[in-house]
Design a protein around this ligand. Structure first.
Ligand code: FAD
Length: 411
């Protein structure tokens, strides 16, 4: 009996619809922005159209106004949306909001869902996630921000955060803080819903990064903020998921966020390979088209192989998610692979474009500076490889072979 790689007709149809959506609506809207159109109006029009066509919050259940797509269909949709920087925004499935909506949906009280989740799902508000501090990133258990209970009514938070993506455009922040320093390491932290703007949550600056910015980047939520948290009063009813559960909820949220980055990486790498291929079929040097040179064909072939592996990894993970199987090992392997994959493919596309690739006349240079962050965000390479490596050893100790930690249950 063969493995069935056939994508269900329903998922194929929705992928096709989203592919058309990106081509017919998102790319032209991107162009209008470049030509000076107003961002807020453009996005509002795009969202209205998307919603009218049923293209809205792909993985959110229909009873909450979403499309209710399962992991496979959602992965296919995200792989299309990543082709345009308005793609995910147009369907209200942009990071960091999407994974944070997921957390509110899974752990929010009825009050929290009504007051905070509903406007997010309606696209009326945006949310950011403040976990990382200068004091602690890869090892988030080093967070120093404290939350102290003040009677039955409130918590008061003090500390700092940095690299809170989209904080400067957000209306709500999920903030992690230490509530019990005596508890076991992973149960010391809780998550609070904070309404913005708030005098206790002060954005010190949007951090300048190596990513090429346009004036629109920050309006669109591309900025990453440094935040001072000073006597931030949070009503006790805004504690999310109970005291001590912040860390576990954060990991659940990041597990999806990592994969969504990977899905968008595939879309970006695919577009980079398309651009490179279009270029080499037109450009001639030394009397021959670049595309006729075997060395160039090898470069394209290596990119195709990278993309093929990336797709298979994501689809296998989607399959595991559909079946409710443990996919933590594959998630970490794919997170690292996909971050390197997009880097290699975009780098090759720049190389094949020559000086044009280095210029800002194609999107490649901008992408290149953005995707470097993929090896750092949601856990740096080394931390995932550390986990993966430990699982390899554990598998060997348990079964006498490392196969189960290396995708071996596939064969
Ligand atoms: C573009 C961008 C957006 C982000 N958005 C958000 C956000 O919205 N919200 C949020 O809370 N955070 C966000 N972050 C922060 C991100 O999650 C952290 O940068 C990440 O967890 C790494 O933490 P760090 O930068 O403090 O690195 P550190 O913890 O200082 O680690 C530095 C380096 O040390 C190495 N290292 C660390 N631990 C180990 C180990 N055990 N073994 C071997 N080597 C190791 C790795 O090479 C690592 O890159 C964002 C970061 C970036 C770059």
């Amino acid at each position: 009996m063969a493995i069935d790689f056939e994508i269900p007709a329903e998922a194929k149809a929705i992928r096709e619809k989203v592919r058309q959506w990106v081509q017919d609506e998102c790319h032209p809207a991107e162009q209008r922005l470049i030509e000076g159109a107003d961002y807020k109006t453009t996005l509002a029009e795009l969202r209205k159209k998307a919603r009218a066509q049923g293209l809205w919050c792909p993985f959110i259940p229909p009873e909450h106004g979403g499309m209710g797509l399962g992991p496979l269909a959602n992965a296919l949709v995200q792989m299309e949306l990543g082709q345009s920087h308005l793609g995910a925004l147009s369907m209200n499935t942009q990071g960091p909001d999407d994974a944070t909506m997921m957390t509110l949906l899974a752990h929010g009280t009825e009050y929290q869902k009504e007051k905070f989740l509903k406007p997010l799902l309606n696209g009326e508000k945006r949310i950011c996630y403040s976990m990382t501090e200068k004091a602690a990133g890869a090892d988030a258990t080093g967070m120093q921000t404290k939350a102290e209970r003040q009677g039955n009514e409130n918590y008061v938070l003090n500390g700092e955060k940095w690299f809170s993506s989209a904080a400067s455009v957000a209306d709500i922040a999920l903030v992690m803080a230490k509530t019990n320093p005596e508890a076991p390491r992973h149960q010391q932290f809780s998550t609070f819903i904070v309404e913005l703007p708030n005098p206790g949550y002060r954005i010190v600056r949007d951090i300048e990064t190596m990513a090429l910015e346009s004036p629109l980047s920050h309006i669109m939520g591309g900025g990453h903020s440094e935040v001072k948290i000073e006597n931030l009063v949070v009503p006790a009813e805004n504690l999310l998921g109970g005291e001590g559960n912040g860390f576990a909820m954060g990991q659940h949220r990041l597990a999806y966020g990592r994969l969504r980055h990977g899905m968008h990486n595939i879309a970006m790498a695919q577009r980079a390979l398309d651009l490179a291929t279009a270029h080499v079929t037109k450009r001639s040097t030394f009397g021959k088209k670049l595309s006729d040179r075997q060395g160039v064909q090898w470069m394209l072939a290596d990119c195709a192989a990278e993309l093929y592996q990336a797709r298979l990894m994501l689809l296998h993970i989607a399959y595991k998610a559909e079946k409710g199987l443990d996919m933590r090992q594959e998630n970490s392997i794919a997170k690292v692979f996909l971050a390197h994959m997009v880097h290699k493919v975009v780098d090759t596309a720049i190389q094949l474009h020559g000086a044009l690739g280095y210029s800002q006349d194609t999107p490649l240079a901008r992408w290149y500076t953005h995707i470097r962050s993929q090896r750092l965000v949601d856990g740096p390479d080394e931390v995932h490889r550390w986990t993966v490596g430990r699982n390899v050893i554990k598998a060997f100790e348990k079964y006498g072979t490392t196969a189960s930690a290396a995708g071996g249950d596939l064969i």
